[in-house]
Every structure is written in structure tokens, then in C-alpha cells.
Ligand binder design. Sequence first.
Ligand SMILES: [Zn+2]
Length: 255
Amino acid sequence: MYIDTHTHIYLKDFDEDRKGIISECLDSGVNKLILPNIDKISIADVIKICEVYKNICYPMVGLHPCYIKESYEDDLEYLKPIIKSINTIAIGEIGIDLYWDKSNLEIQRKAFITQINWAKEFKLPIVIHARDSYNEIFEVLDQVNDEDLKGVFHCFSSSLKDADRILNYGGFKLGIGGVVTFKNSGLDKVVKNIDIKNIVLETDSPYLTPTPFRGTRNKSSYIPIIANKLSDIYEISSEEIGNITSKNAKEIFNI
Ligand SMILES: [Zn+2]
């Protein structure tokens, strides 16, 4: 039994065959999918799919750092009431991305802080997108962190030093996905030194497809490939990886 803690299955990439993709993932033992929102437009699809696939798909509400524009305050104002109107299980995905655009760091930071405050207000976990921005994220967390704040560093792919710093906050787990299967990522060596109790599984589908399917669309039924890789790293069975990481995910997301 596995949980995919991060999939964008609501995107157009899956419009043709979403039903088949979900039954395929149930067949492969992945029985819960957690959907991070990206912007003001996508939230309608997130909500719709979580209604159709109740008890399988669970929604997050958030404004992704790559979708933060000058009008971000309006977008945040639009999204905030939705947190209460649906059964949101987390605020996400939120954070800072300096890979695509460094020029708007200041508003990315502001939007990130606003959404962390939502999480505190509604007592929800956060799902953090950090790309080329670990130091900037740490700066924010050093300011706003309190012992109740919890969540996931989605697509963790940094150093052991950064992992330790994240885990020292106390409430965070690391989302591990396809990158751990990439030959030259080095992430397997970092993960080996992290206790499995701090790890949740994710695909980030349709992106970051694991080896040997790189170059094709990623899907939640590939979660067992990531579990198998972790099984090699930790030298415990994939089944145990599934049980432990599902328990970790349930602890964070309360599902
Ligand atoms: Zn994502």
C-alpha cells in the first residue's frame, strides 16, 4: 500500500485517460493521491477530481511560486476562502523558485509567508516547493516557524546538510520521487543517511518520471519503482517502505 503525496493528475496531460490512470494506480497498490494546486485556474479541476474520486484524491489549496505574478494578492484573496469551503488537507504547493525567475523574489517571499500564515490559521500542513532556493526558504522558516508548523519539502533533492536543517525544524518530512532513480543525481547516497521515518513518496506526475521511463509522462502507478529503489537503499522490503512512508504521510496529512 502506497500514497502518492504529490501528483498533478488534474492537469490537461491526463484529460484523455484519467480514469484508466487512476485504476492502474489502484492496481499497483497506490491507493491515495494528494493533489497540490498551482494557481487560481487549476483549483477548479483539483476540486472536481477530488469530488469524483473521494477517498482516493485529496486536495491542497495554494499558489505555486512559479505562478506568482504582479496580481498575486488578488489570486491569494481568491484562493483563501476555498480552504474552508472544501476539505483541504494542506496548503500547497507554496515556496520559492529561483530557477525560472529570480527577479520577483520579493513577491514570492511575501506570498510564501502569507500562505504559511494560512496554514497556521487553519492548522494545516504546508507542502514546500524549493528550487534553487533552499537558503531563501530557510530564512523564511527561521522567521515564521513554530513548533506546530508541519509539512513536506516536496521533491527533496539537496544535500545531507540541508536535509538535517529541514528535519531540525521538527515538523517536516522529505518528499522523495523519481530523482532518486536518476543515475547521477547522488540523491540515493543522501537518502541512505536519512531515517526512513522522515520520508514520504511522491511522483510530481506528469513531471520527473523515474528511470527507466524518463522522457515519458509520469504517473502515480510508478510509485512502486521509487519504493523499490528505496528498498535497495535501506535494505528492507518494498512492502515495508510502503507501510512506513504511508504512515508518515498519514501523520502529516491526517488522512
Ligand atoms: Zn508539483
